[in-house]
Design a protein around this ligand. Structure first.
Ligand SMILES: Nc1nc2c(ncn2[C@@H]2O[C@H](COP(=O)(O)OP(=O)(O)OP(=O)(O)O)[C@@H](O)[C@H]2O)c(=O)[nH]1
Ligand SMILES: [Mg+2]
Length: 291
């Protein structure tokens, strides 16, 4: 007697292939008039797909492949060395969206990005073009140290980038660094999310059909493990597949990535609105502002 295997029900709903609706949501995304932009900082181990995610979102927004953030497939140390801000533009327009992406160097169990530099970046002290050093943090007095950051320089959403690839486990020392950064972000009240990249390398079913992403037990377990390891709720973790080998965009890849972006933007918006309403009520300075 044979068994009939049926796939489990997806544990989250994605509007697969409805790219126009997803794009419209992002186009309609507006900040209150006194806020200019949401700055999203990507942080995670070397080679997990931070820069690729930035390129993938741009590609989804533009409807064509975008490769401005440098990507490398051989790096044992971080390929991204400089603090770089990317400003996505609306397709066919000179208008910038009200959000920016900040790409930084990757984390390494031993060398790599220094936590002091992440702290400075969260507070808006790092100027674009700063080249991270593994042996000394950015210091006051350096040309790339911004001693008077504006609201636009500060980070409004911190996004951990984590590999879903089954061959990659996150080193305990890297997890400890992530926890340390999480404590810093918490002190600054900065909302946090995580993206799980390389879901195509997590299971053959997902590689074959990306729409199986929320039906795959291995991936869910990996996400739950990360959630337990660092304390980030599951509701803030999003699996994605980055563009890494194709020459044209694909609807399902775009759907997943735009869903993650929509949620991340909403976290940033809620944070800015909460901050501005609590400042109005109490007259207090904003969280994270250096006095
Ligand atoms: N299969 C697959 N490969 C991916 C995915 N995302 C990124 N990659 C590949 O992973 C490698 C590293 O990607 P990067 O975007 O450079 O990673 P990074 O986190 O920016 O790395 P550093 O800047 O070195 O810290 C590249 O070869 C990418 O093509 C994905 O979703 N699936
Ligand atoms: Mg990179």
């Amino acid at each position: 007697m044979g068994f009939l295997w049926s796939k489990p029900e997806p544990w989250r709903t994605i509007r697969w292939g409805e790219r126009d609706t997803d794009l419209q949501y992002i186009k309609d995304f507006l900040l209150d008039s006194d806020m200019q932009q949401i700055r999203i900082l990507f942080f995670g181990p070397v080679g997990v797909g931070k820069s690729s995610f930035i390129n993938t979102v741009h590609s989804a927004l533009q409807g064509r492949m975008y490769t401005q953030a440098g990507v490398d497939n051989t790096a044992s140390t971080s390929y991204t060395r400089k603090y770089t801000t990317y400003r996505p533009r609306e397709r066919g327009s000179a208008l910038c969206y009200p959000f920016v992406f900040t790409d930084i160097m990757g984390l390494d169990p031993t060398l790599g990005l220094l936590l002091e530099d992440v702290d400075a970046a969260l507070r808006g002290h790092v100027r674009d073009g700063y080249e991270f050093k593994v042996d000394s943090p950015l210091s006051e007095g350096d040309d790339f140290y911004n001693s008077a950051p504006s609201d636009n320089d500060r980070v409004h959403v911190l996004v951990y980038v984590v590999p879903a690839d089954t061959s990659e486990t996150i080193n305990e020392r890297v997890l400890e660094k992530i926890r340390a950064v999480r404590r810093k972000a918490k002190d600054l009240e900065i909302p946090q999310a995580a993206i799980f990249t390389k879901v195509d390398l997590c299971s053959p079913e997902i590689k074959k059909d990306l729409t199986a992403v929320y039906q795959d037990c291995r991936l869910k377990k990996k996400m739950e493990q990360f959630s337990a390891d660092v304390g980030l709720p599951m509701s803030c973790i999003f699996p994605v597949r980055n563009y890494h080998e194709e020459n044209a965009t694909r609807h399902n890849v775009d759907s997943l990535v735009l869903d993650a972006l929509r949620n991340i933007l909403n976290f940033g918006l809620d944070y800015l609105q909460f901050k501005s309403s609590s400042n109005q009520e109490t007259g207090r300075p904003e969280a994270g502002r250096d006095l």
